[in-house]
Write a protein that binds this ligand. Structure first.
Ligand SMILES: C[S@@+](CC[C@H](N)C(=O)[O-])C[C@H]1O[C@@H](n2cnc3c(N)ncnc32)[C@H](O)[C@@H]1O
Length: 221
């Protein structure tokens, strides 16, 4: 499953042409920036940030197969760590990053409060946090049941790592981020870009009728 995700993240309507542009735009000018990519997966976002001039990239993920793919993609251009994000981030120094990105990993985690406090610690004052998650509206379609349910489903990843997507209500997601002391600067419900219109017309249309992701930019005061 890890390899399958790595391949589809390259050019799929949802990952490449909906969620990723909604992270890259709000990242702004990253020239010379020190970037931490939490849940870096196969390194697609990190690679795009490096292409845009980021000086230092540190990637963290729990899946060895995805980290291997990230290593192939990023070469020597990033320091990659296998680490369970449910555990503390002691190996990262205080105030050592300008930008932290967490693309589509937040809803897999239970220890979100602990992680947000660690992100606050490792970000420089004034630094930026970008978080994306699945949209509660689409979760409702996907999981059914109550919009207030926050259930989790275990998906074995094939390398000893299990991916556990859960759902959050529209109240839980921003309130947790604000409660951790971040300031909300931008919120997007991204629609697929034109590249996806011909390659995956059904998904392109879906994102233009039903929000699939929520992406936020926050500032560490
Ligand atoms: C949907 S993928 C997104 C990957 C990447 N951010 C991207 O957008 O292409 C979710 C990622 O979160 C990672 N992940 C999920 N739970 C994790 C955990 N507890 N610790 C570390 N990584 C985790 C998975 O291995 C996977 O790489």
């Amino acid at each position: 499953m890890g390899r399958q995700f790595a391949a589809q993240a390259t050019d799929s309507a949802y990952n490449a042409y909906t969620e990723r542009p909604a992270m890259l735009g709000p990242a702004g000018d990253v020239t010379g920036r020190h970037v931490l990519d939490l849940g870096c997966g196969a390194g697609h976002l990190a690679a795009a940030l490096r292409e845009r001039g980021a000086a230092r990239i540190v990637g963290v993920d729990g899946s060895q197969s995805l980290l291997d793919a990230a290593g192939e993609r990023l070469g020597d251009g990033a320091a990659l760590h296998r680490h369970d994000l449910e555990e503390p981030l002691h190996f990262l120094a205080d105030a050592s990053f300008d930008l932290v990105v967490a693309g589509l990993v937040h809803h897999h985690l239970l220890a979100r409060a602990q992680l947000l406090s660690a992100i606050r610690r490792v970000l420089l004052p004034g630094g930026t946090l970008l978080v994306s998650t699945t949209h509660p509206t689409d979760d409702r379609v996907h999981f059914g049941g109550s919009s207030f349910a926050e259930e989790r489903v275990e998906l074995p990843f094939g390398d000893g790592f299990a991916l556990v997507p859960g759902r959050m209500t529209p109240e839980t997601f921003p309130c947790e981020l604000l409660g951790a002391g971040f300031v909300l600067e931008e919120l997007r419900e991204p629609r697929a870009t034109e590249e996806a219109r011909h390659t995956e017309p059904r998904r392109y249309d879906k994102t233009h009728h039903l929000p699939v992701f929520l992406c936020v930019r926050l500032r560490r005061p």
